[in-house]
Write a protein of this length. Sequence first.
Length: 539
Amino acid sequence: MDEIDEDDLERQLLLTELRRDALGPLEISDEQMDRSADRAMRFASSPVSNDRIAHINTLTLAYYRQQLPGSWAAQHLVDRFGDDLAADERFRPGFAPPGWDRLVKHLRTLGVGDEEMVAAGVAKRNESTGRIRDHFVNRLVLPIVHRRDGWENFETVPFAGGDVVLGFVGRRHPDLTDKDKSGPKYLDSPTTSLFAMGAQLYVAGNDLYENGARPVLVEGPMDAIAITLASAGQLVGAAPLGTYLTEEQSQQLAAIREHFGAGTASDLDSSATEFDPWLIVATDNDENLSGQVAAERDYWLLAPHDLDSGHATFPSGLDPADMYTLRGPAALREVLKQPNALANSLLEERLTNLPPGQARTAGAQIIAARPARHWQDGTTRISDRLHISTAMAQRDLIPAADSWVGDRRQAARTQLDQVAEVRDRMKQAAQLPPHERWAGLAGELDPRLPRQADWPALAQMLDQAAAEGHDVPAVARQLVAERPLAEQPAQDLRYRLVATLDVQVDTGGPVSGTPQSGAAQERRSPTTAPTDRPVGPRR
């Protein structure tokens, strides 16, 4: 192995750090400009102006809001959030009633023409009959609102004014499924001169940004509402409109931070933390791994904008809206209080699921995408896990950082091209027994752990703690850093985990002979109703 000149390495690393931290805002890509131009050209000859479309959307929203009281949509909001939210101006929910042309008939009485409705996307034309019908039918409807308060993103809307309703997103009845031929779970407005699905976010309270609220990126509009409600205005939920986050939507988030400033938003518990991100990624923890894959993609779309995101993890099978409904806003706030760095979640996957040589290279690429102040922690984690010198980990980092500085957009796209491989690795890892899946972390914490007779029992506990939404690697590292493990390391770590986390073993109780912490004594099952809000059935 090549001998490392540590003085020369230190000089190279310092120069690389300076270059990394000197990066300015990421410019809009040529592809983004082309997409924007294509949309503008598509509607350039439209006889319906943007002002008129915005007015039609406003009339449509007023109609939907009038239809909400007494509908299943109002009850669904009560079931999920304890309130129908009809009067909440942050969300302005409505209901598109059953029937093919109820909105169409209403708008006609207000002087809106058929072609205008189609241009606005609130109605669509039947190709066989030529008649128009409502775009949204029998759906809970939420408006997609753009704030016109002085800041712009690259997708400008050429008129001034207050809030502009760009379009809508509609949720089907919760009892219906794809087999019922009722359309997708969430249906967006079609592309218009104001709205394009991949270019906008659903934000549950745009006005909160100016008061210092930070965004939490989730997967669906109901999750976004849950975040905003639970955090009492300190966080605001934002969901991509489309399958995944896009470059345009990432650019929007960067523009919001640029306009309102990253600021220093107080934590939900008012306690200072070393890592206090402006943006948190809070995707679902689902068995098909779609939430984990979404978080992976989010990292590589946000990092080029220097959005070093936090990562909130949930118990297996739950999303933010489920947490709010089943465990209450306090439980959701607890998950969001002290997020781990999303980069650390990605790094843990590489260190766990890749051979050491590949893990070194892949881990360096993740670390290089972060601000340089986090590089030391990242290289230390690689050296501890792979049992190599810190100097070797730093040497790996320099070419990765040079690549990021040279063209961060291309470096990120290279990683995005590998997301399918990451998903395959995670699926394979999920099939391993716990004592194999956690062996890498165990060897990092204490080389004796995997050789202990009770290591399988400890591994099972680690697995269950992860399923309950705990950041197991971070907690375990902290416990061992506070005090080295005793002569029976596996048993010692089990006792500490029980005293620290709300975790039990599958045999039906905590580790024998170990007192539970206050949190463990007050442990609720996932379906136990919280005491701070009414709870309806899960939908």
